[in-house]
Design a protein. Sequence first.
Length: 349
Amino acid sequence: MSALARYAFTNAKVRAMLSSLFTKPQLNSLVSAKDIDEFLSVAKASTYESIFKKLTPPYEPRVIELGLVRDAIEKHNRILKNLKGPPAEVVFLLLSKYELANLKNLLRIWHTMADGEELNYLYKEKICYDIPISEVLTRKTIEEVILLLDKTPYKDALMNGRTGFKERGSIFYLEIALDIDYYKRLWNKVAALSPMDRGLASRLIGVEVDIKNISWIVRFKQYYKMPLGELVSYIIPGGYQIAEPLIRKVYSSEDIRTVITGLSRKPYQDLTTLVSGAYDKSKMFMLEAMLWQVLLKEAKSALSKFPFTIATVLAYLILYTAEARNIVSLLYSKLYQLEPERISGSLIC
C-alpha cells in the first residue's frame, strides 16, 4: 500500500485536529486573564468547553486533568479508526501510555492506602486492557496484584520491578520497570513500520526517550546520588543522541553542572544555560521545560515535511500533549494568582 493510500484519511483528520489547537492569541488570552474566573471564561469558549464547564467552585484542578485524559483517549481513538497494520499498532501503544500513567496512580494508591478522594481522580473506564481497579485495591501483596494483571502486557514489567519494590519499599522500582518495558514494546512496533515511517518515528520517539533519560540522569545524580552501575539499568534504550556510552562518561563527574554540560549535545545544546550558579529545584523545572521545547521543535519540523507519513500523527499527538500540559500549568497558575510574566516562562510553546 502506498503512503498516500495508507494515510489519506488520517492526514485529513489530523490536519483538522491540528486546527483546533490553541492559536498564539488564544494562549495569550489565557495567560493574561486577570483571575481564575476570566481564565475559565476564555477556556470555555475554546474546543475544551465540555471539560471546563464541569469545573465549579471550590475549584479542583484534578477535575480538568481527568477531563484532559478522557479527551486525549478520545483523540487517539479517532485517529485509530482510519489506521491499519503497524501504524495502528504504534498509535495503540501511544494510547496505552495513558493507561500506564493510570496504572502507576493506582499502584501509588494501593501502596499508600490513600483515601477515597484519590480514587475519584483515577480514570476507571477501559483504555486498552482490562485493569480490575477495585480488586487491585483489596490485594495485600504485589504478587497478588501482578496476578490480576496476568492478561495485560504489564505483568512482566511488574515482575521485573518487584524485587526492588520489596527490598526498598518504594513504588519507584515498579514505575521505572513499567516505563522501560513500555518503550521496548514501542520500539518493537516501530521496527515493523515502512522504512520512511520507521526513520521519521525513530527520530521523534528517540528525542522523547532522550528527554526522559536526561531528566532521570539529572534527578538520580542530584537528588538520589545513585551509583553509575544502578543508573545504567534504568536507562531507556533507543535514544536519539543520548546513549549508554555517553551516559557512562558524563555521569562519572561529581559536579552536576559538568554532567549537564556533557549531555548538552545537539539538539540539547541550550541546556548549557543551566550550568551557571547553583543547581536547585527551579533549574530542574527549567530543564524539563527546555527539553519539552526541543521535542516541540522536532514535532513542528516533522509537520513541514511530506504529510502522508506517521510523523504527522506523532507530531500532532506531541503538540496536543504539550497543550494539555500548558492548560494544567495555566490553571494552577491562575488558582495561585501568579503574575503573567511568571506564567509565560512555564509554558511549552
